[in-house]
Design a protein around this ligand. Structure first.
Ligand code: GLN
Ligand code: ZN
Length: 773
């Protein structure tokens, strides 16, 4: 573990680091360990051993790459916001009586028989989900720094130049929610309690100083958002106060996921020692404008969120230009590498060219190290990393798969008629004539339970123990069962059940040109849950139909209409690593055309209804309000491009879930789908009022029960949901469906729940026909 290549930093500063690292383990060791602990198969001591070795491995890896400041305390058993809540004494009272700290922690994260877990939501615009701390009248903040101090001590014992990383007070409160007895109390932002937190942070800083910590990092990504008014003033006030405490390490305030602009200048006016900036999502101009000549600036010039190899020459240029505008400079990634896989090593199935274009976390560490050395010694051309970067860049710009003439010509030939269908009323009439349905038609969102048989068949195909024909036969058997189930419970519009889909994005990525898959490219989604996003590297096209066979097979088994199921372009992009060499809008249109080809083929094969799911529509919404119009514009256009190729008689459905829709409600109307199914069971149909206010006049299927819970709803509950829905939209616009796909449920639960849903719909039809006076 030689450190002799590390440049000697400016006195008291450092040159080479990252804001944080992943913690699930290179081979998902943490996932296995926590799941074993939850199942009672291991004890806390074992779990801690796994945790310690994950943290130690990443520290050593960073030191090997010449890091002279190593982020510690970035490990978490479940989530770093939950860790911050523990540190600040802000766990909800309902878990307080659980004596064991680890069990209390996991109860807050996952709930148990008697307590509900904290709510989970998206971490800024990433695919990571954090637990939302609850701040209520009972919350009385109190510092417990033991976990941070423990991490620091462990690192110091190994000679690691440890820089503890802690969620900053502004971000902690801005991402929490207020709970309380009455609506008025709840409407107050948790940020109102910032002054209660400051003494705790002062105390924390003092304890870290006493432990011999030289630099501490407080993460404040909220400073790149428009999440609250007056963030610049607040940042200035908070960090003036914290920097004035004399007994403290040097203080680095780390921003990421955007450009902190005026908040950066505000931080510059305080006595903090350093700021971390994201130069991938933000720009160097802000640093110049902010007058940071007295500060240590940690410059995130290597993309921490995407998987492409850095243009090191360009990054070095950026760093050199910055140097005169800052006090001292360190090289870093734009954000924690939590959001990218661990390492490219072992990805032997990726072709040589693509492999050369990629950098996962380990490779990014090497890039940061090389940039840092080149900045200090000015010998970029002797760094093998720089040569590799140049070669990769050249190969990437000249690879024919990134510039497929047929795809490009199709895109430039598009005109507005390609994303416009006939008037909605005209379509409605044509669809009603082509396919008469009862009033309040019943349907489901697409997936049915992923049974043991399905999973077994999938892994047998992968291991080569069954051939493609056998696999197909097994899937058809599943489809037949799901069709029979739906006929038995009496649904009006059926689906094939999606047994062949491991994942709603991966399934399509595997069949489209321009995508690649990784063998071990896991990233944490939440807790122990990981995803393996496909890589969208080239021009996208659809060589052959992807879903037509399954859908027509399902249709051949029933006289009732079967709905075809596709994933929309925005969701495919949101859940993949996407090429960064052209605007997202262009990539989205390419994906849209591939999906459009599929809709046209489905229609030709006689499928009367096609659903194009866009659960991630809200996810990609930019953090800054000013950027939102442009995003929604291309997102809506891409969806419309993917769906506007069919005849008026074909009904286009879409499905949205996983979020509050307030910010995108206008865009939902603009999608111009014939039917929109939308998650509403938990928000009590409020979404319908919002849709009405936005002028939405199409058919809608607000989810009448929550599929995320194993609890089976009663007929009465569903009836109440339906009555609420009928209060907001007329009966001839209303569909009846659950609020999402059923793949995570068990078949026996699904049968009972759907029978009740159909019974409630039948009763509601009678009520609508003969309204009670
Ligand atoms: N059609 C998909 C399913 O039913 C939709 C999933 C989703 O909305 N996330 O599983
Ligand atoms: Zn859904």
């Amino acid at each position: 573990m030689s450190n002799d290549k590390a440049p000697s930093p400016h006195r008291g500063t450092f040159t080479t680091t990252v804001p944080g690292v992943a913690r699930i383990g290179a081979n998902r060791e943490l996932k296995r360990a926590v799941e074993a602990y939850w199942a009672g198969r291991t004890d806390a001591a074992n779990l801690k051993q796994v945790a310690d070795s994950i943290a130690r491995d990443s520290w050593n890896q960073m030191v090997r790459n010449g890091f002279d400041s190593v982020p510690v305390n970035t490990f978490s058993y479940y989530d770093h916001m939950l860790d911050a809540a523990v540190m600040l004494g802000a766990l909800p009272p309902r878990v307080a009586s659980i004596a064991d700290p680890l069990d209390r922690y996991f109860a807050a994260a996952r709930g148990n028989d008697t307590v509900a877990p904290l709510e989970m939501t998206k971490w800024f615009d990433t695919n990571y989900h954090y637990l939302v701390p609850e701040i209520g009248p009972e919350t009385s903040f109190a510092l417990d720094a033991s976990i941070v101090l423990g991490a620091v001590a462990d690192a110091q014992a190994l000679g690691i130049p440890a820089r503890p990383v802690i969620v900053g007070p502004i971000t902690f409160l801005a991402l929490s929610k207020t709970v309380g007895a009455d609506a008025e109390a709840v409407s107050i932002s948790p940020l109102a309690r910032i002054d209660e937190l400051l003494p705790l942070y002062v105390d924390l800083l003092a304890q870290l100083a006493a432990a011999g910590v030289e630099w501490v990092q407080l993460d404040e990504p909220t400073l790149v958002t428009d999440q609250a008014e007056g963030l610049a003033d607040l940042a200035e006030r908070v960090y003036r106060a914290l920097s004035e405490s004399t007994d403290r390490p040097k203080l680095l305030v780390q921003t990421y996921f955007g450009d902190a602009r005026d908040r950066l200048a505000a931080l510059g006016r305080t006595g903090i020692d350093g700021v971390g900036v994201d130069l991938i999502a933000g720009s160097a101009d802000s640093i110049r404008d902010a007058q940071l000549t007295g500060k240590h600036v940690v410059a995130g010039v290597v993309d921490g969120r995407n998987i492409w190899r850095t243009d090191l020459h360009a990054a070095l240029e950026t760093l050199r230009e910055l140097r005169p505008h800052v006090g001292s400079l360190a090289v870093s990634t734009s954000c924690s590498t939590l959001h990218v896989p661990y390492t490219l090593r072992g990805e032997s199935q990726i072709d040589d060219a693509l492999y050369g274009w990629l950098a996962f976390a380990e490779e990014k560490f090497a890039e940061v190290g090389a940039l840092s050395r080149a900045l200090l010694h000015g010998e970029a051309d002797q760094e093998p990393q720089f040569t590799a970067s140049r070669t990769a860049l050249l190969s990437r710009t000249t690879d024919p798969r990134l510039h497929v003439p047929a795809v490009r010509e199709r895109l430039t030939g598009l005109s507005s008629s390609d994303w416009t269908r006939a008037d909605a009323a005209v379509r409605r009439e044509a669809q009603d004539a082509a396919l008469p349905l009862p009033i309040l038609p019943t349907t489901t969102i697409g997936s049915y339970p992923q049974t043991v048989e399905i999973r077994r068949a999938r892994s047998a195909l992968k291991n080569g123990t069954i051939d493609a024909a056998t696999y197909r036969a097994r899937m058809e058997q599943e489809i037949a069962q799901v069709i029979a189930l739906q006929e038995k419970v009496g649904l009006d519009v059926l689906v094939h059940g999606e047994p062949e889909r491991n994942d709603m994005v991966q399934y399509f990525a595997e069949q489209l040109d321009g995508f690649a898959a990784t063998a071990n490219g896991w990233v944490q989604s939440y807790g122990s849950r990981c995803v393996r996003p496909p890589i969208l590297f080239g021009d996208v096209a659809r060589p052959t139909p992807m879903t037509v066979g399954w859908t027509t097979y399902a249709q051949s088994l029933t006289n009732r209409p079967v709905k075809g199921m596709l994933t929309g372009p925005v969701t495919i992009i949101a859940w993949s690593f996407v090429r960064d060499d052209q605007p997202l809008a262009v990539t989205a249109n390419q994906v849209a055309l591939a999906i459009r080809d599929e809709t046209v083929d489905l229609e030709r094969a006689g499928v009367p209804i096609i659903q194009v799911d866009e659960p991630a529509l809200r996810e990609l919404l930019p953090l800054r309000t000013a950027d939102r119009v442009a995003y929604l514009d291309w997102a809506v256009r891409a969806f419309r491009l993917s769906t506007a190729g069919v005849e008026d008689t074909t009904a286009v459905h879409t499905h949205l879930c996983y979020s509050e829709f307030g910010d995108v409600i206008g865009a939902i109307a603009a999608l111009d789908a014939d039917v929109t199914s939308i998650e509403a069971a938990r928000s009590h149909m409020e979404v319908l009022d919002d849709l009405n206010d936005a002028g939405f006049a199409a058919q809608v299927g607000p989810g009448v029960y929550d599929i995320h819970s194993p609890r089976i709803p009663s007929i009465d509950e569903i009836t109440t949901s339906l009555r609420e829905a009928l209060g907001a939209v007329s009966a001839n616009r209303l569909w009846v469906n659950p609020d999402c796909g059923l793949k995570t449920r068990r078949t026996d639960e699904v049968v009972v729940a759907l029978k009740r849903m159909v019974a409630a719909a039948v009763a509601a039809r009678a009520e609508v026909a003969a309204p009670v006076a």
